[in-house]
Each structure stands twice: as structure tokens, then as C-alpha cells.
Ligand binder design. Structure first.
Ligand code: NDP
Length: 447
């Protein structure tokens, strides 16, 4: 897809400066493609180089993480923190532990995060981090030693007013706990607001664990509302079976859908009677077993090794696993099977080809930077509670999350309408996020 003539040279610079980082190129291209009508209406954004500056992280930190495994052998991993943009507030974004983590992956996630955080309307900039450390198969003590070693370097770059990491793939409450403990020890400061996703016993927020998945489903509810429809009575398929997927499946069922498929990186289960959320939690969160184990214990479920979860006929599709997991062929299969709504619980799970197919076939499409913003929004609520030394109950916090997701949907829809793309939430999300950051960048000058 060609870009606005004033934006193409900026994209060429991104390609030249970041060779081989295809996911980052993909994320930048998608945003720049949406901004044509914005730079026509507001040429001043080009004049003060808001777009160029947004494509270049403010700071990138890469460091070695040495740690001792249970055999006493030294292991070495590489870690990253990309502090992308702080025009709206301290850098904010998760840490990912997965063997595929690289500079390009973290950059794409940090770039997306900047727009996502702007869309929430909250005072948070964008950042992201992680390591190629693979927590799978590691003991609790190995994970603790890794986290402590990582924080021994990371602590000097973060802080409640500087950069506030959280979880992502492979980083949950356990890892945040180890990271927080080491931060506290090194700095001799109980700075609760330095990390979010903390446990409830030491400054965590109610609903943070559930927030991304719940928020994605609230966003789907808003999308359906636009066309006078509801979630109730519809079938849904959710890819992945981690934090985001489990809570998306839970909320979808609470709102009356029947979730008939979930997956992991080995395969998927099809359960036409509806996923038993308690069993799914037991298998994945308590036992850390493979998704095949779910089918072993549930008569109505069938496990497919490998295979494509998107071959299941469904009304609602929620990709909640990882980037580029849903390609053009899968999108076509979903369309042929009558899918009505697709919302990205994961970051950039749909390839550009898949998004094109959904749009051409008038499938309601919720882009990740809007649909999965509930996680970071609740992290910002956690920071708010930490700053005021307060803690809110579950219902109050969930209600706040619901309001935020409704607001994000409204902002995306309004921006799409204002710039001549009614109903196009991809363009609307990119524009609404961009405009908020660009206005702040304009106000604070060239820094
Ligand atoms: P988890 O580590 O909790 O879960 C990830 C899940 O995705 C696992 O079930 C994993 O299976 C599966 N998965 C990973 N890679 C693949 C693959 N190639 N094919 C199929 N399944 C795969 O991570 P989260 O749930 O936290 O994150 C999921 C997505 O949501 C990511 O894109 C993340 O960036 C995004 N996100 C997360 C937020 C959060 O608050 N946690 C906030 C906003 C976005 P297996 O166990 O086999 O690896």
C-alpha cells in the first residue's frame, strides 16, 4: 500500500535506520498509511517533525544478563528496554521473556505502545522491553536469579517518574515480584509505582491481571453496539491460553457468548459445548500444562496438534497469542465461515493481508492498540493507587476499565469520522493516538 508522498521519505528513513526489523517496519507502515489525511489537514505536524521523531525511540538500552542455572552453569541472555516516547508521561509498557525477542520486536511493541497509551487518555508515554530468556522449563529459582540479574542493570533506567515496566508474554505476577524485590533491595526505596502488575499483597491493583482480556471484550461489545447487536448468543474463538486469552474467554462467556476454541503454540482445542474456564485455568495457570491436557479431561473437547484454530467456524474471533499469528489465508477462512467481529487481544496478531481481507468483507475489526489497551490502562490505575497509597475494590476498578474501553472506542470512531474514514477503527485508532502525542510534542518543543 502506497504512502502519502510526504510520508514515504520518512518511511524510507525508518527502513534504512532499522535494517532487517520487519515487524517494526510493518507497525510503522500501518500507522503512516493512516496519517495521510492528518498531514493534509495539519501540515504543521510535518514542519516540527512529529512523525520522524515518533519513529525514532528516545532511548534504547541493550544489556547482558548473566545468571546461574540450577547446575551452577553460567547462562547469558540479552535484554532490552526501548524508551520510545515520553511526551505524555513516563515511558510505560511491558517486558516480554521469549526466545524470539529481538531489537526489532521490542521496537515494534514500543512504537505501538506509544499510540495505545495515548488512546487511553491517561498520562503515560510509551516503552517496551524484554529478553530472549525462555522461562519455559526453568525452575522458580532459575527465574528468580534471572530476574534479579536483569534488574541489577535495569534499575538505573526506570522509576515511577521515568519508566514503568509491566508484564507481557512470559512475564506475569511471579516475575514482576522478583523484579520488584531486587529493585527495592538495590535502591533501598519502596517505590511501588516503579512496576505494575504487582501482586495484591504489595501494591498491585485489582483487575490488572484480567484487564487486557476483559478490556478486549468490552471493546467488542462497543463495536457490536454500533450496529445494534450484542455479544450474547454468539460463538467466539480465542487464540492462545495465556493471561490475555483466558480472561478474554472468561469475559466473553460472562457476557453470554460461547467460547468454542482456545490454543497454545502446540495446537488448539475445539469445544463446541463452550470452554470450561475453571478447567482451562487449572491446566494452564495452575499446572502450566499444554492445552492438549484440557482435551484429555473434557469429553466434549477435541485437540488438534498443530492445525489452524481459525478453521473453526465462529461469529467472533479474538487473536490473543502473538504477532502475525493470523494471516491472509486464515482471514479468508474466517470470512468464508461468516465471522462478524475480529478484535486483537494480542499486539499486531493479524498480518496486513488479513486486515485488508477483513476490511474488504466489512467484518468489524478492532485493532490491538485500541482493543487491548485495557491492560496498560489498568496499569495506569495501579500507578494512581500507588501514588495516593490507596487500593480500590474489584467492582470499582472493573467499572473504571469499562469506562476507559468505552472512551477508547468513542475516540477511535470519532477520529475515523472526522478524517473521512467512518467506521474504520484502524485508521481512527492511529489518528487519535497520533494527534494526542503530536500535540503534546508540539507544546513541549524539540526535545
Ligand atoms: P502469555 O505468555 O500469558 O500467553 C501467551 C499465549 O500465547 C500462550 O498460550 C502461548 O502458548 C501462546 N503463543 C505464543 N506464541 C504462539 C504462537 N506462535 N502460536 C500460537 N500460540 C502462541 O502472554 P499474554 O497473554 O500476556 O500476551 C499475549 C499477547 O497479548 C501478546 O501479543 C502481548 O504482547 C499482548 N498483550 C498483553 C498484555 C498483558 O497485559 N499481558 C497487554 C496488551 C497486549 P505457549 O504457552 O505454547 O507458548
Amino acid at each position: 500500500m502506497s504512502l502519502h508522498p510526504n510520508l514515504q521519505p520518512l518511511f524510507d528513513t525508518v527502513l534504512r535506520r532499522n535494517p532487517g526489523e520487519s515487524e517494526f517496519h510493518q507497525a510503522v507502515h500501518e500507522v503512516l498509511h493512516s496519517l495521510g489525511s492528518v498531514v493534509d489537514k495539519h501540515p504543521e505536524y510535518l514542519a516540527f517533525a512529529a512523525v520522524e521523531r515518533l519513529c525514532e525511540p528516545e532511548r534504547q538500552i541493550i544489556f547482558r544478563v548473566p545468571w546461574l542455572d540450577d547446575n551452577g552453569d553460567v547462562q547469558i541472555n540479552r535484554a532490552y528496554r526501548v524508551e520510545f516516547n515520553s511526551a505524555l508521561g513516563p515511558y510505560k509498557g511491558g517486558m516480554r521473556f521469549h526466545p524470539t525477542v529481538s531489537s526489532g520486536i521490542i521496537k515494534f511493541l514500543g512504537f505501538e505502545q506509544t499510540f495505545k497509551n495515548a488512546l487511553t487518555g491517561m498520562p503515560i508515554g510509551g516503552g517496551k522491553g524484554g529478553s530472549d530468556f525462555d522461562p519455559k522449563g526453568k525452575s522458580r529459582l532459575e527465574i528468580m536469579r534471572f530476574c534479579q540479574s536483569m534488574m541489577t542493570e535495569l534499575y538505573r533506567h526506570i522509576g515511577e517518574y521515568t519508566d514503568v515496566p509491566a508484564g507481557d508474554i512470559g512475564v506475569g505476577e511471579q516475575e514482576i515480584g522478583f523484579l520488584f524485590g531486587q529493585f527495592k533491595r538495590i535502591t533501598n526505596r519502596y517505590e511501588a509505582g516503579v512496576l505494575t502488575g504487582k501482586g495484591l499483597s504489595y501494591g498491585g491493583s485489582m483487575v490488572r491481571t484480567e484487564a487486557t482480556g476483559f478490556g478486549t471484550v468490552f471493546f467488542v461489545r462497543e463495536m457490536l453496539k454500533e450496529t445494534n447487536r450484542t455479544i450474547e448468543g454468539r460463538s467466539a474463538v480465542v487464540s492462545g491460553s495465556g493471561n490475555v486469552a483466558i480472561h478474554a474467554a472468561q469475559k466473553a462467556q460472562e457476557l453470554g457468548a460461547t467460547v468454542i476454541g482456545v490454543s497454545d503454540s502446540s495446537g488448539y482445542v475445539h469445544d463446541p459445548r463452550g470452554i470450561d474456564i475453571a478447567l482451562l485455568r487449572q491446566v494452564k495457570l495452575v499446572e502450566g500444562a499444554r492445552i492438549s491436557e484440557y482435551a484429555e479431561r473434557r469429553a466434549s473437547a477435541k485437540y488438534e496438534d498443530g492445525g489452524n484454530i481459525w478453521s473453526i467456524k465462529t461469529d467472533i474471533a479474538l487473536p490473543c497469542a502473538t504477532q502475525n499469528e493470523l494471516n491472509g489465508d486464515s482471514a479468508q477462512m474466517l470470512v468464508d465461515n461468516g465471522v462478524r467481529v475480529v478484535a486483537e487481544g494480542a499486539n499486531m496478531p493479524c498480518t496486513p493481508e488479513a486486515v485488508r481481507i477483513f476490511r474488504e468483507n466489512k467484518v468489524l475489526f478492532g485493532p490491538g492498540k485500541a482493543a487491548n489497551a485495557g491492560g496498560v490502562a489498568t496499569s495506569a490505575l495501579e500507578m494512581q493507587q500507588n501514588a495516593s497509597r490507596d487500593s480500590w475494590d474489584f467492582d470499582y476498578t472493573e467499572h473504571k476499565l469499562d469506562e476507559i474501553m468505552t472512551g477508547i472506542h468513542e475516540r477511535c470512531a470519532a477520529a475515523a469520522e472526522e478524517y473521512g474514514h467512518p467506521g474504520d477503527l484502524v485508521t481512527g485508532a492511529n489518528i487519535a493516538g497520533f494527534v494526542r502525542v503530536a500535540q503534546a510534542m508540539h507544546s513541549i518543543g524539540v526535545v
